[in-house]
Design a protein around this ligand. Structure first.
Ligand code: TYD
Ligand code: ZN
Length: 410
């Protein structure tokens, strides 16, 4: 475990403004005989008043989270596949068009959900994915992938072997890497003078507005804002030139950066900064209110689960998301509240959820005998799921949701 008392970006002293308590590894699905050795750490977020970076105080070592049994496969959602096709097309159109023999690098390329669009077009590409099992899936599809952690040293090696990159991409990855300065230095080294670095991650503004505290878990060492990203990368000669809000992961932001002075800065950057100031994202008091909102959400969710209308009703969790680990452990949801969690990812099925030890079962168990209530842990996919589950509603089923507020809906 790595615990800090100083900001990972600017080294100012920081302190947690709340604690979600003892937390296991969010993707640490386990078997019953692994329970005695389950790893826990304290999940406590802090806001750096000096540089604006929202971060967690303690993070387990990367090898505990990203390894040969990593349970997160990007390609499990149809909407996410369409999203990454759109991301790739935006890069092809806005950045790579007209370039001779471009080279694209993706940090945390997972199962190749985005790089496949470059590979199919014969574009030189390289995925960097430390979790070997998901990287193997990408390699199986012919996507060039190396299993390493990215930093300045690896950037040197890539430049020596492939040359500099026209575009460096990352989705839901930058917020995982505690050594942000090291990655920024690596990006600066790897990028061509006219190259761009584009990444997206869950957005702090959405998390605060929706009290979606489940974005906070071990992998998400940072929750970025436009302000904190602009400042963190400016220290490494990279300028924030555009920002584009995304609906994925319950509200994300896509950031486009380039070597300072190489490109015009879009008005969207200034607009987003003004919006963040109006929302109070730079004020410590905002985070104290967020803490109160988390406590209120927890209280209401538990009262809802404990007083469901009708006796002996069945509740099943929908989607064994990483995020749900924070919800189940912080709120105290147990197998007494939730019979099992339905999930389509084979590696999670037959295991227990981290910390709360709720069984994870295949999706067919959900459709075989619909429960009375489904607790929507995969709330970020609500549109896709509610389209897909009309038969559950027709059978009298109802959804329990908790973002942006706790309620029962059909
Ligand atoms: P994801 O949205 O990536 O959340 P997190 O980043 O918090 O892990 O994970 C979605 C999980 O939900 C994944 O395990 C697959 C599962 N899932 C289903 O079981 N059914 C579905 O229809 C969808 C969209 C996801
Ligand atoms: Zn700081």
């Amino acid at each position: 475990m790595v615990a800090v008392s100083r900001c990972r970006v600017c080294d100012a002293p920081i302190d947690a403004f709340m604690s979600f308590g003892r937390m296991p590894i969010a993707n640490g699905f386990l078997t019953a005989n692994e329970i005695p050795n389950e790893y826990f750490f304290e999940l406590a977020p802090a806001f750096c008043g000096a540089c604006g970076m929202f971060q967690i105080m303690e993070q387990p070592e990367p090898e505990k989270m990203f390894h040969e049994q990593y349970a997160f496969f990007s390609s499990t959602s149809r909407h996410m596949q369409a999203h990454f096709e759109g991301f790739a097309n935006a890069v092809l159109g806005r950045v790579l068009a007209g370039r001779a023999d471009p080279f694209v690098v993706e940090l945390g390329s997972n199962d190749g959900i985005m790089l496949r669009h470059f590979q199919r077009r014969g574009i030189r590409h390289l995925g960097i994915e430390p979790s070997i099992n998901v990287a193997d899936v990408a390699r199986g599809h012919g996507i060039n992938t190396i299993s390493e952690f990215f930093g300045r040293k690896l950037a040197d090696d890539i430049v020596a072997e492939h040359g500099h990159a026209d575009a460096i991409l990352a989705a839901n990855v930058m917020c995982h890497i505690p050594d942000l300065p090291g990655v920024a230095a690596g990006v600066q080294r790897l990028l061509k003078p006219d190259g761009v670095f584009i990444f997206e991650d869950p957005y702090l503004g959405d998390m605060i507005a929706k009290t979606s505290y489940d974005q906070i878990y071990d992998e998400h060492v940072f929750i970025f804002s436009v302000n904190s990203v602009a400042r963190a990368f400016a220290m490494h000669g990279l300028e924030l030139i555009d920002v584009m809000p995304q609906t994925t992961h319950g509200g994300s932001m896509r950031y486009m950066l380039a070597p300072k002075g190489s490109r015009a800065v879009s008005a969207a950057v200034g607009d987003a900064l003004a919006k963040e100031r109006a929302q109070g994202l730079d004020q410590g008091g905002t985070y104290l209110r967020f803490k109160q909102n988390c406590e209120a959400s927890r209280g209401l969710l538990m009262r809802t689960l404990e007083k469901l209308p009708g006796k002996g009703k069945r509740v099943v969790g929908y989607g064994a998301t990483s995020k749900s680990t924070t919800v189940t452990n912080y709120c105290g949801i147990t197998p007494d509240h939730v019979e099992f969690i339905s999930d389509t990812t084979p590696i999670k099925q037959g295991k227990l959820s981290p910390g709360a030890h709720i069984p994870v079962r295949p999706y067919t168990e959900f459709t075989r005998q619909y429960p009375d209530y489904a607790l929507l842990f995969a709330w970020n996919h609500a549109t896709e799921i509610r389209e897909k589950e009309s038969a559950f509603i027709a059978a009298g089923g109802q959804w329990i949701v908790y973002v942006p507020e706790v309620k029962i809906v059909s």
